[in-house]
Write a protein that binds this ligand. Sequence first.
Ligand SMILES: [Fe+2]
Length: 224
Amino acid sequence: MNHILPTLPYDPAALEPHIDSRTMALHHDVHHATYVNNLNAAIAPHPELHGRTASWLLRNRGKIPVAARNAVHNNAGGHLNHSMLWRMMSPDGGGEPSGVLAEAIRRDFGGFNAFKNRFAEAGARLFGSGWVWLVSVPQEGGQLKIETTVGHDNPLTLGHFPLMVNDLWEHAYYLKHRNSRPEYLDSWWAVANWGEAARQFGRSLGDADEQPQGEVVFKVPAMA
Ligand SMILES: [Fe+2]
């Protein structure tokens, strides 16, 4: 087995009432598990891809054999993005960021509420399935931006560093909020894990004490 489904860092019911336990169990145990299984199946005939991280597979789409390219890309993204999503939520979440991340959000968005509004608007506006991100852009001096990606794409492919993410696929909210993505995005702030976002921000600044642990590593390579 090359890629492994990470365990949830909390009980599936721990984010109630904001994210319901049925959605969490289905989302992690079925949807994310399927991406991991499909990724392993897609790379199985290609030994040169064994041992490559999901982030490498995403960043090196051109090196994937054409026959497997779409399956590897979509499922590596599904695996990587969901692995980040679980860490971006916490039963102890909510509130506001602090420290240097709060300062950077103030600097680049004019304030926390302005940032929240723009993040939610971008998430609501994306047509179809995708993700909404807070990223740091190394090519622009570490400026923070809000981006959306379609399918399971990830800003890593642009060399941008993800700090915060939310899932815009209907499977993330349909059981509780039905078709109301804005309602889901609004309730999600109560579980947003600003501690983890601050750690990601530290990693984006090269803080050696904040290097990610575990199998899934969000590491932006130097641009060639
Ligand atoms: Fe999802």
